[in-house]
Design a protein around this ligand. Structure first.
Ligand code: GLP
Length: 261
């Protein structure tokens, strides 16, 4: 795991955007695994800036999102399809056929999950997967105790996650309990992962993910077994790590050819 500590969330997102832009420049037909949540919002706006000002071409890229709420249409403002459209896709030249998000309205959830896995395979697998981190250690919507080799499937959220998501819904709405998420096994097959986490509220779980034991109770800890993960965190989220000095030393001494900035 490469742990990069930046000053704040903005710098974290800017580095993640540079990394994604680098992948797309090198491989214009890259397959991107994308995440939602508050964390990557600035990464998307930075990528849109790079698209506009540096003419980064997304027209050949394919995308697969991590997750979606069961029962929400893409028109619902809390749906991840809506989020992606608003924050990213509508600003780019990218055809809807290249965009994949689990179908929250599917009449046959298991079949649509299998189709999702098949589509990822057909496109040659994910080149780079962006991840956020739930305060309980979830990635995508793989809540604690998820099988570490799971595939895309329906999951029931924890009460804590339901509460955390409540702000995205109006007071009279019921927050969905069920979601479709890429599995942990699916995520682990991405050729590269970029984990973004910042702010004090993530400090404890970041330490567990990076330096704790690998356990299904902290699903993100499985990333310790992934061959190519960059964990981009800010100073506030790094506070509970034991090897901060070493991570900073490594980044400072990183060979030029391995750098994104
Ligand atoms: C949500 C999403 C995750 C996200 C995480 C953290 O429940 N399903 O993909 O990474 O929680 O959210 P945030 O970035 O808002 O802290």
């Amino acid at each position: 795991m490469e742990v990069v500590i930046k000053k704040n969330g903005e710098e974290c997102c800017s580095l993640a955007a540079k990394l994604i832009a680098g992948v797309v420049r090198q491989k214009p037909g890259a397959v991107l695994g994308l995440a939602t949540g508050r964390t990557p919002e600035l990464m998307y706006s930075e990528l849109v800036r790079i698209y506009r000002e540096e003419k980064l071409d997304f027209s050949k890229v394919t995308t697969f999102n991590l997750d979606e709420y069961v029962g929400l249409s893409p028109k619902h403002p809390a749906s991840y399809a809506y989020y992606m459209q608003e924050k990213f896709f509508r600003h780019l030249h990218i055809s809807p056929a290249q965009i994949h998000i689990p179908d929250g309205l599917s009449k046959n959830v298991p079949a649509s999950c299998d189709d999702y896995e098949e589509a990822i395979r057909k496109h040659g697998g994910i080149d780079v997967q962006v991840l956020g981190l739930g305060t309980d250690g979830h990635i995508g919507f793989n809540e604690p105790s998820s099988s570490l080799s799971s595939r895309t499937r329906i999951k029931t959220l924890t009460q804590k996650t339901v509460e955390a998501n409540r702000s995205q819904f109006s007071p009279e709405e019921t927050v969905p309990r069920h979601v479709i998420t890429m599995g942990i096994g699916t995520i682990m097959e991405a050729r590269q992962c970029v984990m973004l986490a910042y702010g004090e509220s993530k400090a404890e779980v970041v330490a567990k993910m990076v330096e704790g034991p690998i356990t299904a109770v902290i699903p993100a800890s499985i990333l310790q077994l992934h061959p190519k993960v960059m964990v981009i965190i800010d100073e506030a989220a790094s506070r509970k790590l034991r090897l901060i000095d070493y991570y900073q030393f490594v980044y400072k001494n990183k060979p030029e050819w391995q750098r994104y900035e």
